[in-house]
Ligand binder design. Structure first.
Ligand code: 6GU
Length: 252
């Protein structure tokens, strides 16, 4: 978790989905491409239909008890996971709105695994026996409903991929940025120094590194208080923190 300076190992991810092609373009781009080229991450996309057993290649069926919507049948999922995970030591993650909320802590903890299988639901989800017998962890990416788990799986792979060694210019920069330190990021400026009638804070031009770090910390703290007071409530504020927030009128 946030003790996360242990070096993550090379990771294999198998995605099991009805529409795995949704993930393909993003996996060929940017940091996700780089981390795969560096052989730190291997992502295999699999179509659940490849394990369908009947001649119509069906992967879903009607719910017992009636009602709207289809359920993903257990047999193809059991067969797929047996094939992808013969040693049964992979972490099987089912992407579903009922899962644990995805946070940076969950990402960093999962980034230490060597083999993840990401099972993406569609329709009304999977037969309950899949959850009971196969799934290790259920993960949700937020309180809204997606049409399927594929995009959620991509979100998870992206978040994990960027904290693997070889993903960013330097490994540590993944661990010092927004949320890893439990505060939102401070503001950033680049050239030009005057733009749209607005300048760059003087301290950033001063070359005084200690003052710059102090300013950045105070801005991150104030931004978190303004935008995400819920995050701030989980932290223990120092006396200095309280001073900063009071001076900004963000605390009584
Ligand atoms: Cl993981 N799946 C679906 N279908 N909807 C979601 C989700 C996952 N996380 C939030 N909404």
């Amino acid at each position: 978790m946030a003790d996360g300076f242990r070096k993550p190992i090379k990771m294999r991810v198998d995605v099991l989905a009805l529409f795995p092609e949704i993930l393909a373009p993003a996996l060929k781009t940017g940091i996700l491409k780089r981390v795969q080229d560096a052989d730190k991450l291997i992502v295999n996309l699999h179509n659940l239909r490849d394990w369908a057993t009947d001649k119509h290649k069906s992967v879903d069926d009607y719910p017992y008890g009636g009602g709207a919507g289809m359920i993903l049948k257990p047999e193809p999922i059991f067969a797929a996971i047996a094939a992808l995970n013969p040693e049964t030591n992979a972490h099987v993650i089912y992407l579903t709105p009922q899962g644990i909320p995805l946070t940076q802590g969950v990402v960093e903890s999962l980034s230490l695994e060597s083999h993840l299988i990401l099972l993406c639901g569609r329709y009304k989800g999977v037969d309950e026996r899949v959850r009971h017998r196969l799934v290790t962890t259920e993960v949700s990416i937020g309180d809204y409903v997606l049409s399927g788990g594929e995009i959620a799986a991509l979100v998870l792979i992206d978040a994990i991929g960027r904290v693997l060694p070889g993903a960013l210019g330097d490994y540590e920069s993944a661990h010092v940025d927004s949320f890893s330190h439990e505060l939102l990021d401070h503001p950033h400026y680049t050239r030009p120094v005057e733009f749209a009638d607005s300048g760059v804070p003087e301290v950033l031009l001063s070359g005084h590194h200690e003052n710059i770090e102090k300013w950045r910390y105070a801005e991150a703290l104030k931004r978190t208080a303004k935008c995400r007071p819920d995050l701030l409530q989980k932290l223990e504020l120092s006396e200095e923190d309280v001073e900063i927030l009071k001076a900004a009128g963000l605390m009584e």
